[in-house]
Structures are given as C-alpha cells and as structure tokens.
Design a protein around this ligand. Sequence first.
Ligand code: KG4
Length: 338
Amino acid sequence: MKKTIILAIESSCDDTSAAVLCDGVLLSNTTASQAVHEEFGGVVPELASRAHQLNIVPVVDAALKRAGVSTDELSAIAFTRGPGLLGSLLVGTSFAKGLALAHNIPLVEVNHLQAHILAHFIEAKGNGVPNFPFLCLLVSGGNSQIVLVKSHYEMEIIGQTIDDAAGEAFDKCAKIMGLPYPGGPWIDRLAKEGNADAFAFAKPNIPGYNYSFSGLKTSFLYFLRDQLKDHPNFIEENKADLCASLQKTIIDILINKLKRAAKDLQITEIAVAGGVSANSGLRDALLDLGRRHRWTVHIPPFAYTTDNAAMVAQAGYYRYLKGDFCPIDAAPYAKTKI
Ligand code: KG4
C-alpha cells in the first residue's frame, strides 16, 4: 500500500520549521530560530518574515534530506495557517501552496494552537497518549488557555486569559529585571537557586476558568520601583529570589484554575502544551497535582514544547486521514479560536 508522507511547515512566529511524517511516524523535524530579535527584547514582525524567507528553503531541504524523502514522494503539504504573525505566516503559507501546486498534491491547513495540543501524540512514550476527553493547559507567549480536548479534531476553550499570556508575564517581568529575551527560560534557571516565598505578588480574582496576568506584571513593576528607590542594587542582589517568587505566583495562578476545571468537569487526564510547558517549576507542580488527585498528567518532550513543525505534521496527518483539504486560495489568519 502507498505510504502517506506529509511535509509540514511552521512559520507562525520566529521559528522556521519543517518536518516529515510517514504513516504517522516522525522522520525528521528541523528548526531555524531567529537570533535577530534578541537585541530588541521581543519579536519584530518585519524582521521575522524576512528571516523566514531566508530560512525556509534550507530548512525544508534539510528536513527532506534527514527523512530520506524526495518531494516526488510527498502525499500532502501541511502548513500552519494561523494564528500568528501575518507576515511570518505568509511565508510558510505561500511556500506550502507553491510546492503543493508544483507537485499536484493536497494542502492541509493546521491551527497552530491545536497543533501544540496534538504534540502529545508524537512518538508517544511514558504514560502513552492522552485519552479523550482530557484537559490541556495551553501556555505560550501568545496564549493561556484551558482546552477541553474531545478528539483529535474537536476542542473547546473553557478558559483563557483576558489580557497577557503566561509567557508574556514571564518575558515582560524578565525585561523589567534586565534579563535577555525570551525571559521565561532565564527566570526558570535563576528560580532554581532562589526562595519562592521571599516575595509575594498580586494574584488576580477573575471569575470562571479565565486568567489574567497584567495585574501581576504591574504589581511586580511597582514593587521593584519602590525597592529601587532605597536600594539601587535590589534587583542584582535578589534576582534568584525574585525569579523564584514570580515563577511560583504564575504557576499557582495557572494550576488553581486548571484544578478547579478538572474537578468541576470530573476529568482525570491533564496535559500541558506550548512554550511555557518547558518550565521546570510548572512541570513539577503538574506532576504533584497528578499525584495528589490520582490524575494522569501528560508532559510533552522538551523538543515539542516550543514552536516546531513536528506537531503541525501530526495535526495535519489527522486532517489528511479525514480528507480535510484546504483550497489553494486559503489566506493565513492572525487570530482565531481553536
Ligand atoms: O509556544 P512558544 O514557543 O511560542 C509562542 O508563543 O507561540 O512559547 C514561547 C514562550 C515565551 O514566552 C518563552 O519565554 C516561554 O514560552 N518559555 C518559558 C520557558 N521556555 C520558554 N517560560 C518559562 N519557563 C521556560 N522554561
């Protein structure tokens, strides 16, 4: 029987990534990250799309070579249609369309957020794949959501941030402390050497399962501004404690709502996805939550937490199997629900 070979392309933000999946098995996953944004303390959209243009051909070429697959063998091209930065998405979308047209093969569109969740189905190890329905805490630089995952295709957002995302809270507070961008991994590293109870920051009181992180950022900013008046070296002298206390606050906020949602909906399988799921404190807190409530907790391998095309290939494969193809005139979108 003919094999189903999918080439997937991810270009929603500042990572250009390509992956090849054969009959559901990942053969390669290649990513070029963009260092060009570091000096600006955040992603500059125009620079991101230009870097995608430079990276896309070598990245796709490397993914195909590593997989030992030629473009003639491809069954379909899956691509991230959104949400993300429009200029960045345009590069991946246009490339996918061109290749699909040239080889007369179907195009499969993938929602970036669904792909993060479906990363749990790549090369399943350990606990195995999550059983439906499960709750997924989706936490990245642009999103913080609690998603009820009913199947590979059917997902419902039951709670989400009303302002900043959890990753943004990490990154913005890191910037206030003078740490490089993206600040999340820096805070994670420094927090390991600090006392998480050294300082207390404001926690929001938002109804339902929604989140808010902008108040925490402001509370952190004002606290430091007040301390710096009398102690100009306050940040330097307390960096590890500040990171540990801030990280603990963000994790408490995330876990409390997730716990409440799981109890209310009587769901006993929990997963986490998105860039912030790389955070070691969040991983430990989720595993602890699972132990205390006898819930099964699914943590994705590090390689599939930040943006990657392997998750796009996995999500695209499920759509391909349903014959869910996308028209050649499909435009990328910046914002969407799951
Ligand atoms: O999913 P992602 O790669 O990109 C999108 O936002 O789509 O997530 C990036 C976010 C950034 O905010 C980054 O600071 C955060 O994930 N992040 C972390 C860690 N690693 C990445 N935040 C906390 N701890 C980490 N170890």
